[in-house]
Design a protein around this ligand. Structure first.
Ligand SMILES: NC(=O)c1ccc[n+]([C@@H]2O[C@H](COP(=O)([O-])OP(=O)(O)OC[C@H]3O[C@@H](n4cnc5c(N)ncnc54)[C@H](OP(=O)(O)O)[C@@H]3O)[C@@H](O)[C@H]2O)c1
Length: 339
């Protein structure tokens, strides 16, 4: 089968498009014909071994995981004898970073616990856009942020992979949502349901006197004191991404601020799981959440896709199209009508 292989750490330049042996499932695994994948910052972190700490998980000198790709959608081709939840022919999607990665390939084996049935109304490309970014947005706002109907929620980085899901998920919880994006993404942020959009090139949300019940820092580079100023008394700030400094400050200062005052501030490290994927499947099938796809690349162009993602200005998700079986293909979230 064809795959994108990384035998050393480095930039997307080290990736090779080549033939490798097709995997076969163990008793507990599902073999999936991958029809689409999507790229995430996590692929870049593991490709570059950045931060360095990644080498302790993924190999000190060279990567143990030689095919990256966490988010996949495809069709089950075979199942191991202990697999109970799926059968050949099922259409599935999931984040397989917790069970060996390998999505940048024509076939991959994964644990059944990392997968859910693909939402029936989504193409494989749309489904592959969902798992890591949407689960991060969901866990950030529901688990860490304890989002409630009627709350005011601000999402910094509203136009990226995580942010576009966060805006829609927050709306589905009944929140009043403010998205922060640059000028070129203001209309898109509104189109996916943001009640207000702040163009960060024109206005500073930390200095306009407004305060929010929940802030999700999906991206950006603001100090924790700026976020604290924009947080309402008893409000919660969760950072799931953005600059290293932003994440570092939340990790170091967040616990102290949370313990000594009424505002809660901290980080999220999202954990992929079937329950959240199934929760999202329902929102997707109800039309409450629609994946926004910026660009599509064929498998051999994964390096280009990662370079584009690394520029930091993707508008929604960047998807990899694999194989030829793509029923219902090609309508991006922006093109689909929202319910
Ligand atoms: N904690 C976790 O478990 C977890 C899971 C997944 C992802 N992440 C992290 O979450 C972050 C976001 O991921 P992603 O997939 O959403 O990334 P992404 O799609 O690459 O984000 C790109 C978007 O960010 C916006 N952006 C860039 N600079 C900004 C700024 N200064 N202020 C506001 N928006 C800005 C861009 O909008 P403009 O072009 O309009 O600037 C663009 O639409 C990454 O740092 C990633 O590592 C963490």
């Amino acid at each position: 089968m064809k795959a994108i292989v990384n035998t050393t750490y480095g930039s997307p330049d080290v990736l090779q498009f080549k033939d490798v042996e097709k995997p076969s499932p163990t008793d507990d695994e599902v073999l999936i014909k991958v029809l689409a994948a999507s790229v995430n910052a996590a692929d870049l972190h593991f490709l570059r071994a950045d931060p360095f700490l990644i080498r302790f998980m993924s190999g000190l000198l060279k990567p143990k995981t030689t095919i990256l790709g966490a988010d996949i959608a495809g069709r089950v081709e075979a199942v191991g004898k202990n697999v109970t939840q799926f059968k050949p022919g099922d259409e599935v999607f999931g984040d397989i970073s917790g069970c060996g990665w390998g999505g940048f390939a024509e076939y991959v084996c994964a644990s059944e616990d990392a997968l859910a049935l693909k939402p029936t109304n989504l193409s494989f490309e749309e489904a592959a856009a969902v798992p890591m970014a949407a689960v991060t947005a969901l866990q950030g706002m529901r688990n860490k942020g304890q989002i409630q109907p009627g709350q005011t929620v601000l999402i910094n980085g509203a136009s990226g992979g995580v942010g576009t899901f966060a805006v829609q998920i927050a709306k589905s919880f009944g929140a009043e949502v403010t998205g922060v994006s640059s000028t070129r993404n203001v209309d898109m942020a509104r189109s996916i349901g943001a009640d207000h959009v702040i163009d960060y090139t024109q206005a500073d949300f930390t200095k306009n006197g407004k305060q929010y019940d929940l802030i999700l820092a999906a991206n950006g580079d603001r100090s924790i004191s700026e976020y604290k100023r924009a947080l309402a008394p008893k409000g919660t700030y969760v950072t799931s991404g953005g600059s290293g400094a932003q994440a570092f400050q939340a990790m170091i200062f967040g616990p102290g601020i949370s313990m000594t005052g009424s505002k809660k501030m901290g980080n999220l490290l999202a954990r992929p799981n079937k329950k959240d994927l199934t929760f999202l499947k329902e929102l997707l099938e109800a039309g409450k959440v629609v994946p926004i796809i910026d660009r599509r690349y064929p498998l051999r162009e994964v390096p280009e896709a990662l370079r584009y993602l690394e520029e930091g200005h993707a508008k929604g998700k960047v998807v990899i199209t694999i194989g030829t079986e793509q029923p219902g293909l090609a309508s991006s979230g922006e093109e689909r009508s929202r319910k």
